[in-house]
Design a protein around this ligand. Structure first.
Ligand code: HEM
Ligand code: SF4
Length: 664
């Protein structure tokens, strides 16, 4: 007869707890009482009295086995809830914060670069954020007193970016279009250090997630972030999320139009938009303005490519209906050359059609991508055009005056430094520097400058994670070398956008000292990986350990292999962009075993494509072998200078299938 224990998450801090009968709730599954089926119903009633919600949420029974007198959950997910993440053995055990210790002053209070690179908030904007933190504090208080039920409270916390994950509350903070001032990064470090367990996770949507917040600390953390003009508004829920862009925006030599200005305009238009706060489902917008798409616009709900028309005026190519998740699609194009004044009107027309017709009966069919395919792209485009044509003249028109007003709130950095040849001579006798410069820099539009990418993918590390100390180091380096600016890339790395070429050897030295000089950008170890089952309540597999094993296995050959995007998701929601990885890995649960489905040929740039599944899923332990075999086949088959994706496009999946399935 199946044995069960009763579990839930503690309201105060989200920690997994286990019902220990008359002793109440315990933090260790070993202290739980096991119930057979006869006793389970009564025990559930005992664990779930009328006031249970004041202490524990999501109370339920899970199956366990008894081995050597100990109880072990049967489901993999519950084992991870019981033990904690299977990664990060460095986390200190036990309670990491009791809330009693006084905290030091906020970094923003003594900032030397408060607005570097970012849109300049005024007191009105900042007050708005302070008020949101205060109101959320009141909502938390009401929840703790039982004046709000969990069902009533959940949408309120989600509106502020607070999720309940496997082990604790998670707070998601938007980094608008991936731009951070050094001060903002220090403020994020402060939250990681004092309210969390010392680190944060940068995501594919230019957000940062904190994994271990206590509920009562969240309003304080939000208040701290408000002082640096950052927040978690619209980082969850069925609204327009953080608009993302190219991490080299405003710096890249190949830039045609700086997308930050328009991303900020979209941010202002979409924040608390009264009509679009309860859409059928979440809605994601990305914009780029360079010859190369570095923001995956074709897999967004609306994707925008800014370029210049023959007269030199910015215009927009508009796409809609791209997306990943369980039904991935590359977006369809709606407009070729939308003029600037029409940008918001046209986006508004798209959203109105979606808001009116998007399915609300089935969350798996609720995204705009499904609506467009169900009604056919031509019919959808016609409806958008009709809606757009019917708008009152002047409605939501983006006037030049408005554009200029927003532009005026961005600081315009000066670039006085010239290239005096320091870098060139340093490269001659420092091979490590030469390799790092080749792999981790990007040409800047100012001749004396360059953009430097700081990899958050040390081999064997956790993709996208940065400790509070590392964030502080990067903030200091930004002040020292990059005009106080930092960027966050959608492949989960950080960027110092404006480094004088002459300073690059000194920056490299500082990065080596900080352990942040991994030279792997765009290579096989620069893996995108979502948090997977080590943290995520929706996961079916662990993605972080797999990324670590693949990176460890292939690191020795990564420079020989060259450009390769490996993307890993821990479930079909595809947060790790597996559909658009050159190699995509999707973790699934097959009768209690973690296995990975392999797709090949995906791409997220201007040649966007959804990868094709090449055959049966592979047991997780065998995936590094499979990828290694795939790479050996590629190295034999490639023509000179050919990237893996190009070899795949030339030859198809067939030669690679054999290599993969020969390994297991
Ligand atoms: C840990 C809590 C998270 C939860 C509960 C969550 C939930 C989801 C869900 C349900 C979807 C599917 C949406 C759909 O198909 O309609 C999704 C998609 C996505 N998420 Fe997450 N996610 C989480 C974390 C992340 C992280 C850490 C990243 C970045 C690494 C991320 C980035 C994305 C992206 C890029 C997509 C696919 C784009 C799309 O919406 O179609 N998410 N997420
Ligand atoms: S892909 Fe799945 S496992 Fe990974 S973060 Fe998204 S919802 Fe969680």
């Amino acid at each position: 007869m199946a044995l069960h224990v009763i579990t839930g998450n503690r309201l105060a801090d989200g920690i997994s707890v286990w019902f220990a009968g008359p002793k109440g709730w315990a933090e260790l599954v070993g202290q739980a009482v096991g119930y057979d089926e006869a006793g389970l119903e009564a025990a559930l009633a005992q664990a779930n009295p009328a006031d249970a919600e004041l202490h524990v949420v999501d109370i339920r029974a899970v199956e366990v086995t008894r081995e050597g007198g100990m109880l072990f959950p049967v489901a993999h997910r519950e084992q991870i809830r019981a033990r904690g993440p299977s990664v990060r053995a460095d986390l200190p055990a036990g309670v990491w914060r009791d809330g009693a210790e006084p905290l030091p002053p906020l970094p923003s209070a003594s900032s030397s670069s408060p607005f570097a690179g970012i849109y300049r908030y005024d007191e009105y904007d900042r007050d708005f954020l302070r008020q949101r933190a205060t109101v959320f504090g009141e909502q938390v208080e009401r929840r703790r007193k039982g004046e709000l039920t969990e069902d009533e409270f959940k949408p309120l916390r989600l509106m502020n970016g607070v999720y309940l994950q496997l082990h604790a509350y998670m707070l998601r903070i938007a980094i608008p279009y991936g731009v951070l001032s050094a001060t903002q990064l220090r403020q994020l470090a402060y939250v990681a250090r004092h309210y969390d367990r010392g680190y944060g996770h940068f995501t594919t949507r230019q957000n940062i997630q904190f994994n271990w917040l206590r509920l009562e600390d969240v309003p304080d953390a939000l208040a701290a972030l408000a002082e640096a003009d950052i927040h978690g508004i619209q980082t969850s829920g069925n609204c327009i999320r953080n608009t993302t862009t190219d991490e080299f925006a405003g710096a890249a030599a190949d830039e045609i139009v700086d997308p930050r200005l328009y991303a900020e305009i979209i941010r202002q238009w979409s924040t608390d938009h009264p009509e679009f706060t309860y859409l059928p489902r979440k809605f994601k917008i990305a914009i780029v303005g360079a010859g190369h798409d570095r923001a995956a616009v074709r897999v967004h709900d609306i994707g925008i490519e800014a370029y210049r028309d023959a007269a030199g005026a910015p215009v927009f190519r508009i796409f809609a209906g791209g997306g990943l998740g369980r039904t991935p699609y590359v977006a369809v194009q709606l407009r070729e050359d939308l003029p600037v004044p029409e940008l918001l009107r046209y986006c508004e027309a798209i959203l109105r059609v979606y808001n009116a017709l998007g399915r609300r009966d089935n969350m798996y069919k609720a995204r705009i991508k499904i609506l467009i395919r169900e009604m056919k792209p031509e019919a959808f485009i016609k409806m958008v055009e009709d809606e757009y044509a019917s708008m009152a003249a002047g409605y939501c028109l983006l006037t030049d005056e408005m554009v200029q007003a927003v532009a005026a709130r961005f600081p315009v950095p000066e670039f006085p430094r010239q290239d005096t040849g320091v870098l060139k001579s340093a490269l001659l006798d420092d091979r490590a520097l030469a390799r790092w410069v080749k792999q981790n820099t990007h040409p800047h539009k100012q001749p004396g400058y360059i953009s430097a990418v700081i990899s958050l993918k040390p081999v064997g590390g956790i993709a996208g994670d940065a400790s509070a100390d590392e964030m502080d180091v990067v903030a200091n380096l930004a002040d020292k070398y990059s005009l106080g600016e930092v960027r966050v890339s959608h492949v989960q790395n950080l960027v110092l956008p404006h480094v004088a070429k002459d300073d690059l050897p000194a920056l490299f030295k500082d990065l080596v000292q900080a352990g942040l000089a991994t030279d792997n950008i765009g290579l096989v170890t620069d893996i995108i990986a979502c948090p997977g089952m080590d943290y995520c309540a929706l996961a079916t597999a662990r993605s972080i350990p797999l990324a670590q094993r693949i990176a460890e296995r292939l690191a020795p050959k990564q420079h020989e292999i060259g450009t390769l995007h490996v993307n890993i998701s821990g479930c079909i929601n595809a947060c790790g962009h597996h559909h658009v990885g050159h190699i995509g890995l999707l973790g699934v649960d097959k009768n209690g075993e973690e296995v990975y489905q392999i797709t090949l040929g995906g791409a997220a740039d201007e040649k966007a494509a959804i990868g094709k599944i090449i055959g049966p899923a592979v047991p997780t332990a065998k995936v590094p072998d499979a990828i290694e075999a795939l790479m050996e086949a590629y190295l034999k088959l490639r023509e000179t200078g050919e990237r893996f994706i190009d070899t795949y496009r030339r030859l198809g999946a067939e030669p690679f299938k054999g290599a993969i399935y020969a390994t297991h």
